[in-house]
Every structure is written in C-alpha cells, then in structure tokens.
Ligand binder design. Structure first.
Ligand SMILES: Cc1cc2nc3c(=O)[nH]c(=O)nc-3n(C[C@H](O)[C@H](O)[C@H](O)COP(=O)(O)OP(=O)(O)OC[C@H]3O[C@@H](n4cnc5c(N)ncnc54)[C@H](O)[C@@H]3O)c2cc1C
Ligand code: SF4
Length: 329
C-alpha cells in the first residue's frame, strides 16, 4: 500500500477545503471500501481526510421525515425506531448489506460513494478497465458478466452499483445534501449517480472537494408500506444479483401511487419510472404487476452471462408488489 497522511478535519468546511486543494486526497468514512481498494492499489490516495467525526446524528424533521448525517453508521440507521416504523424499506435494505461488523463501521456517505464490485476493476495487474484507467478498455465485456448491468450500460463499462441502501433511497425519493468550495447543494439521489456513457470513471455529480453532509427523506404514508427484497447467490454476505425496493399506496383496491427502484441491474439505483406510470390508477393484480415489469425491462440489453437478470427482475418486482398490495392483488 502506498504511504499516505491521515488528517481529522475539524468541520466540513475544512474537510472540503483540504480536499479541493489536493486531488490526491480522499474522504475516509468507515474505510470498509476505500481501505480495501488501497490495499489492492486500485486507489492510491496521498492523504485521507477522516470525516467520521462530522454529522453523525439522525434528526426527525417536523413533518416526520429524516435528516441523516453522512457519518451515521449503517447499523445505527437500520436500527433507528423511526426508520423501522416509517421507512421499513430503508432498514431492510441496510440489513441485507454486508455483515454486522461491516455495517457497524460503514457510514451513509461512504455507502453512497462505494465503488463497483466488478472483479476486473479490482484486478490491477491483469485486467483492462476504463473506470480505473480511462481509455484502456473493458475486459468485463466478453468476460464473466453474471454480476454486470442489463440497463443503462455502455460499450465502455457494464459495471453495477453495489449499494443496497441507495436502492431504498431511490424508491423514497431521497435528497443528498453536499457542501463544497462552491457552497451547498441538494441533489435528488436518482440524479446523484451517473450512467457510464463514454466516461465510466465519472460516477457521481460530486465536484472536486465536495463532501456529502446528509441525506434527507420526506415523510410519506406510502413509505410505511414499503419493502426491500434482494436476490443473491448466497443468503447473506453477497451483493445483489437483482434487488427491488418498492412502496405502494392503495385506495379501494386501486394503486393510488407506487415507487419502485431496482438494484444490481445498472451503474446506479434504477428508478422504474415506466413501471410506476403504468401502475398508477390501476387495479392491483399479479398480471398487472408483471405487465408493468415487462415494460420497464424492455430497455434491457443483456449479455450472455446476465440474461437471467431480466426474468429475475420481472418476477421480483411482481412478487414484492404483490406482497405490498396484500389482499387487494
Ligand atoms: C465483504 C463486504 C461485503 C459487502 N457487502 C455489501 C452488500 O451486500 N451491500 C452493500 O450495499 N454494501 C456492501 N458492502 C459495501 C459496504 O456497504 C461499503 O463498503 C460501505 O458502505 C462503505 O462505507 P464506508 O463508510 O466504510 O466508506 P469508505 O470505505 O470510508 O469510503 C468509500 C468511498 O466514499 C467516500 N466517502 C466517504 N464519506 C464521504 C462523504 N461524506 N462525502 C463524500 N465521499 C465520501 C470515500 O472517499 C470513498 O471513495 C460490502 C463490503 C464488504 C467489505
Ligand atoms: S465493467 Fe466497468 S468497472 Fe468493470 S472492467 Fe469494464 S470498465 Fe472496468
């Protein structure tokens, strides 16, 4: 591992000013992803700015929503009684990720910014990777693609975003608050991560020196009727092949409103806006759910090794919505 300096900035302003001055600096959350990447020389920062002492609180807003500091640990957020009662999809998504020990260390900011698990991205010695080394090529294309994207990929990168939490945040229409040299910004989570296009090395809208400070989730009756389901190769300690976060609001057997987001299928949490549009105002039924899922997945462009994800995603969407609709379906 390359030697680096370690700094604990006093506040967010100092953290972002230090990061803006040094493009070799990285923010350090729990280190559960960044330190692994450093050990394998995928990332070689010269300076680590430890931001775990900043914004580690969870506030319940006046309307019953949540303002979650970026340094809040994944396990703390998952166990919070308000989260469990009013935003079950978020608690379940967090608990389906990693292991208890990793969740105790991992922070909200780090979870949002964690890098892909594409094996070729980690293989510094043996694989070409446009994300790690722009312009070098992508050995995943034509390689082992079981864990790769079927939606929104490009000829330059087919990686997926590994976070479970972000899929729940996408279904909950969360907002990411940031602070940086140009001031504060608020970005909808669904616009925060970027599809690869020609530049897979650019993964988010964060600017140099910009720090995630908090995540905000508005209160909604729908969020209390929400679910996260993760399909994976092992029953724990594995990343999603496909995951579905959904929330539904039923009125007299009809779907008054619905939110659906998919994980494991794209370089960002994939909001299934097309499926949502089809379902609004319709009577809940298994056929209707499958029909909406079919429309959402029509845009999928699978490779030989991940074609199975299309059927898996459709069935998982239909199953989760069926459970949420209950007797109405
Ligand atoms: C064995 C293993 C299994 C795992 N399984 C899962 C899984 O099933 N599901 C899942 O979702 N995750 C899984 N993870 C990933 C885990 O969730 C992430 O490693 C973790 O969330 C990262 O958080 P962290 O605080 O440790 O981030 P760090 O490793 O400290 O940082 C990650 C990135 O975030 C940046 N960063 C940190 N804080 C901020 C901030 N405030 N603003 C801007 N940038 C910031 C860092 O610079 C770095 O680039 C697994 C990890 C391991 C090691
Ligand atoms: S899929 Fe993306 S991350 Fe994986 S090797 Fe190709 S460019 Fe790199």
């Amino acid at each position: 591992m390359k030697p680096f300096t370690y700094v604990r900035p006093a506040d967010g302003a100092e953290a972002s000013s230090l990061a803006a001055k040094n493009n070799q600096a990285r923010f350090l959350g729990g280190g559960t992803n960044l330190v692994d990447l450093m050990r394998q020389n995928v990332e070689t920062p010269a300076e680590l700015l430890d931001v775990t002492g900043l914004r580690a609180n969870i506030e319940i807003t006046a309307s019953g929503g949540l303002l979650v500091g970026s340094a809040v640990r994944n396990s703390t957020l998952a166990a919070h009684p308000h989260v469990r009662q009013h935003f079950p999809v978020l608690s379940r998504a967090l608990l389906s990720g990693a292991s208890a020990q990793i969740r105790n260390m991992a922070t909200v900011g780090g979870n949002i910014m964690q890098r892909t698990r594409c094996a070729y991205f980690y293989d510094v010695a043996g694989a070409r990777c446009n994300k790690r080394n722009p312009g070098s090529g992508c050995d995943a294309i034509g390689g082992f693609t079981r864990y790769h994207a079927v939606l929104g990929a490009s000829g330059h990168c087919i990686a997926t975003h590994p976070s479970d939490m972000c899929v729940a945040l996408a279904a909950l229409d969360a907002t990411v608050h940031t602070a940086g040299p140009d001031g504060k910004r608020s970005v909808p989570i669904i616009e925060f991560h970027l599809l690869p296009g020609e530049h897979p090395e650019v993964e988010t809208v964060l600017r140099p020196g910009e720090l995630i400070t908090a995540v905000e989730i508005s209160a909604s009756a729908m969020a209390a009727r929400s679910e996260y389901r993760k399909v994976r190769d092992r029953s724990s300690y594995a990343f999603a092949l496909v995951s579905v976060a959904a929330a539904i609001n039923m009125a007299q057997g009809q779907i008054a409103d619905v939110r659906i987001a998919l994980g494991g299928v794209a370089a960002k949490p994939w909001r299934a806006a097309r499926a949502e549009e089809i379902l609004r105002g319709k009577k809940a039924s298994k056929e209707q759910f499958l029909d909406a899922a079919e429309s959402e997945l029509a845009a999928a462009r699978p490779l030989e090794g991940n074609r199975f994800k299309i059927g898996l995603a459709k069935r998982t969407i239909a199953a989760v919505l069926g459970d949420l609709a209950g007797d109405a379906a």
